[in-house]
Ligand binder design. Structure first.
Ligand code: ASP
Ligand code: MG
Length: 431
């Protein structure tokens, strides 16, 4: 059967990570071969086997590429170039450590793919997508040199999207056809290495699916290839009830239902991308989250028959939030009429809303802070008196109790809180 493995940036941030990926891929391959009861002559059986490896950009490359564009966008060409050179040097160092020859084994993109006549968002996709193109080439060539049967796939030609730059919408029908026919080719090697997060338009432009979108790619692959499972390899033991970097005592949630996973993801849990559940649920494909440092560990399993509801309190931090409050200019605040205006502006600036609260005369929205917020605030200021607070975090506690809530509030400046019987959401000042 087909398996989909997804490796995030942290798991391939250096040569050691790539060697670890090789080890994990070999384990899967050995497993498949030994279970392979099929005869080589039985085409159908043989073709249905394989490992689809979806990879993100290495380490913090995506952030670094965003900086390249921001420098260019603000006319700082020298800084852009030096950041770009740093990114290339970082990859060259990994290649060398893996025994690969830069420029011979792997083609390096010399020039920054930037066209000042194009909109920011379109340039974003051309520049930022190079992170995944580099990581997958390095990994594919390395695995090949280690004697593994590997093919590199160029997702901008296979995952068809529209041209909603930075958040492209996937055309499922076309992508499914392209990807499954590539997969069903009789001469396809057993392992395919493909980029997460990126796709392409019908006229050949590269697109991206939104930050952290590689999980979503892996889920789509699982759906298109009717995989037996999709595994996300992470730097944590699985899905935990809290971020171990923040909470000292975390517990692993070994089994979850899709519906609970979706809720966690939408609250901002970093482990899974919100869009990655639906393609899997549609085909009842389990999603496994496993530690790349300990591949034999059980990790967490998300499936229809998972255990639910989750029976431990879950803490989800969403950092770098900004709380924007709008007040009517003439006190004739009519919420119903203002809402569509507000959300239209928010939508046009692609802000990600994490919480909404309204009173008789105000409406507050908590959004992920980004370089687009300032423009949105300008646009909102044309209609409302706008104030904002930044350097905030949103803490969501699922399965809370009054005691847990009190404890969570202790010593923190609470800007806003929303609580239901079992869920608390606190907007707090970052310390
Ligand atoms: N490299 C992309 C990002 O950092 C996609 C991903 O990691 O899922 O957002
Ligand atoms: Mg990444």
């Amino acid at each position: 059967m087909t398996k989909v493995y997804k490796f995030g940036g942290a798991s391939v941030k250096n040569a050691e990570g790539v060697r670890n990926l090789e080890r994990i891929v070999r384990m899967a391959l050995d497993d498949q071969m030994s279970n392979d009861k099929c005869q080589m002559s039985n085409d159908k059986c043989q073709m249905s086997n394989g490992l689809m490896v979806v990879v993100s950009a290495m380490g913090k490359t995506t952030n670094a590429l965003e900086r390249v564009l921001d420098f260019l966008d603000s006319g700082k060409e020298e800084q852009a170039l030096s950041q770009w050179v740093d990114i290339m040097d970082y990859h060259v160092a990994i290649m060398k450590e893996l025994g690969l020859k830069p420029g011979v084994d792997i083609r390096l993109q010399g020039e920054i793919p930037y066209d000042p006549s194009l909109p920011y968002d379109e340039n974003y996709d051309q520049i930022v997508s190079t992170g995944e193109l580099l990581s997958t080439q390095i990994i594919a060539v390395y695995l090949l040199k280690q004697g593994l049967p590997v093919e590199w796939w160029n997702m901008p030609k296979l995952l068809r999207t529209d041209d909603t730059w930075r958040e492209a919408k996937v055309d499922d029908a076309v992508s499914r056809e392209l990807i499954s026919s590539g997969w069903n080719r009789p001469d396809r090697p057993r392992i395919v290495v493909a980029q997460g997060f990126i796709g392409g338009t019908a006229d050949g432009k590269r697109t991206t699916l939104g930050r952290e979108g590689s999980d979503y790619t892996a889920a789509l692959m699982g759906n298109y290839l009717n995989a037996e499972s999709v595994t996300i390899w992470k730097d944590v033991p699985g899905i935990l009830n809290a971020d171990p970097r923040i909470e000292p005592d975390t517990v692993l949630i070994p089994s979850l239902r899709y519906q609970d996973a979706v809720e966690l993801a939408y609250s901002g849990a970093q482990v899974i991308h919100p869009k990655s559940i639906r393609p899997l649920q549609n085909k009842q494909i389990p999603l496994l989250v496993k530690p790349f440092g300990d591949p034999e560990a059980e990790g967490s399993r998300i499936a229809e028959d998972g255990v639910g509801p989750i029976d431990v309190p879950v803490y989800i931090w969403r950092k770098n939030q900004i709380l924007i409050t709008m007040r009517a200019k003439d006190f004739s605040f009519v919420l119903e009429e203002s809402l569509s205006e507000i959300f239209d502006i928010i939508h046009r600036h692609r802000l990600k809303v994490s919480l909404i609260q309204s009173s008789a005369v105000t409406i507050s929205v908590c959004v992920d802070n980004s370089r687009f917020v300032a423009d949105a605030i300008d646009a909102l200021s044309a209609h409302f008196n706008v104030s904002y607070n930044d350097h905030l975090s949103l803490l969501t506690i699922r399965g809370t109790t009054p005691e847990i809530l009190e404890h969570a509030k202790d010593g923190r400046t609470i800007m806003l809180s929303q609580t239901t019987r079992r869920t608390a959401r606190l907007v707090v000042k970052e310390k």
